[in-house]
Design a protein around this ligand. Structure first.
Ligand SMILES: Nc1ncnc2c1ncn2[C@@H]1O[C@H](COP(=O)(O)OP(=O)(O)OP(=O)(O)O)[C@@H](O)[C@H]1O
Length: 442
């Protein structure tokens, strides 16, 4: 991977950054003038950048802010002195643009590890910039869970049996039902969606099965129900767990016989409808509690599909957020240009109890509320999350453990190398060699 280990360095207040970074093991491309940066990154090999700043002021931070914003495709790491770090503008830089930051003077070993992680992240980012949309599915995402879901949807669409979709509210059950219908042989027929929980219990029967003139007061003419309206297509019964028990038996009869009886009529009417039901409750538990008919459960659950909650497919979060950001940007002339790194981290860390629906609402609201160029975690109404450090590489942790053990042994032995070597179980010569390796002067 040597060919990609080019480090673009912008230094402010540091005389010779290339010399400072001699031992880093990367090819260093020091940029003295911001106009040279596009040229350097255009060489296409530069995935990681390092900003070194000593004695920064607000103007220098503003210049760096513009520069980093223009080169957001590079994973930037920062290194600043304590005075710069105390500046709010410098802290904003860190949170808006940087993958990680260090304080000066540099700990070369730590920096080498961070740059390695930044490089790895750059590679990952390359693979995920475009959401997996080549399949033309309305289900946006790039996680393995979403790929599996699509595969199941395709299989289920090929057969004509009833389907029971489970999943938390807002996770995309209705969207999955639509995808099944649209991928099935019934795609040219209607898709009728009924929210069973939203219909008054007294009206469920007439809404689902229809009625004939004179069936009850107000039935002034014949009316077909939702099931008949879906003839030749699919009926999607959302929140099936809310269907009253006495209605469940009628639905079961329809599933068994393929006919409906309008209220007030004894004439069964054949209908050709595929049923897809969905619920956010655990139907097996509802069956055990006597709230859902077991026979209906088995009749509906011929094919089952589970839509995982968003927190179990975190890789979809950024892609979905970006998708809806772009969608709403075209709806109205938005001044916001995207999400800040901090906002991305906050979304990544959040549990999304309301799933995709909640994400859509938060993005839409943030686009209205934001008064900056980038959406912040606060605009999204999310708590700021700590920077999640990637796990340390094994060789780096071995090095760190070795150095710490030597330092501790030397300290305990009052810097007596022979004593420390004995405590560590190595020869004096070996300890001298190790001390030199870790830059521990005696
Ligand atoms: N993978 C996805 N890609 C794009 N949009 C999605 C995705 N999943 C869900 N949505 C959108 O999120 C919103 C909620 O999804 P949907 O209505 O399908 O959820 P649900 O599980 O049926 O919710 P409920 O149980 O509350 O009815 C919808 O606007 C839907 O279009």
């Amino acid at each position: 991977m040597v060919d990609n280990r080019l480090l673009c360095v912008i230094a402010r207040g540091v005389a010779s950054p290339a010399r400072l970074l001699e031992s880093i093991g990367w090819e260093v491309c020091a940029i003295s003038d911001s106009r040279l940066l596009p040229e350097a990154s255009a060489r296409g090999r530069c995935r990681v950048g390092l900003v070194i700043g000593r004695g920064l002021d607000d103007a220098a931070c503003a210049e760096l802010d513009a520069l980093l914003r223009d080169h957001a495709g590079i994973e930037w790491v920062g290194a600043f002195d304590a005075a710069s770090l105390s500046l709010p503008a410098c802290r904003d830089l860190i949170f808006e643009h940087l993958f990680d930051h260090h304080s000066l003077p540099l700990d070369m070993e730590r920096l080498r590890v961070t740059l390695g992680h930044a490089h790895g992240r750059g590679l990952l980012r390359q693979g995920r910039t475009q959401p997996a949309r080549h399949d033309n599915s309305p289900l946006i995402g790039c996680s393995d869970a979403r790929a599996q879901l699509l595969q199941q949807v395709r299989r289920i669409a090929k057969v004509d049996a009833p389907v029971l979709i489970s999943g938390e509210s807002g996770s995309g059950k209705e969207l999955a039902a639509r995808a099944i219908h649209e991928g099935s042989a019934r795609a040219a027929g209607p898709l009728v969606t009924v929210n069973c929980g939203a219909i008054q219990p007294t009206l469920v029967q007439s809404e689902l099965f229809g009625y004939v003139k004179g069936a009850f007061t107000g039935a002034v003419r014949d009316k077909r129900g939702f099931i008949e309206a879906a003839n030749g297509g699919t009926i999607f019964l959302d929140e099936i767990g809310d269907l009253p028990l006495d209605m469940q038996i009628n639905l079961l009869r329809f599933l068994q016989e393929g006919t409906v009886n309008r209220v007030g009529s004894t004439q069964p009417m054949p209908v050709d409808v595929r049923v897809i039901a969905a619920t956010h409750i655990n139907v097996e538990q509802a069956v055990a509690a006597g709230k859902f008919r077991e026979d209906l459960f088995y009749r509906l659950n011929v094919l089952s599909l589970h839509v995982p909650p968003l927190r179990e497919r975190r890789r979809d979060v950024a892609v979905l957020a970006q998708h809806f950001f772009e969608k709403f940007s075209t709806e109205k002339q938005a001044s916001v240009k995207g999400f800040s790194q901090r906002a991305m981290r906050a979304m990544d860390a959040y549990a999304w109890p309301g799933n995709v629906r909640e994400l859509i609402n938060r993005v839409r609201r943030a686009m209205v509320m934001s008064d900056g160029r980038l959406i912040t975690a606060a605009d999204l109404g999310l708590p700021e999350s700590e920077v999640r450090k990637p796990p340390e590489r094994l060789d780096a942790s071995r090095m760190r453990a070795e150095r710490e053990a030597i330092q501790a042994a030397l300290q305990q032995a009052g810097n007596n190398v022979s004593h420390a070597a004995r405590e560590l179980g190595v020869s004096r010569i070996t300890l001298y060699r190790l001390m030199a390796k870790h830059g521990l002067a005696h």
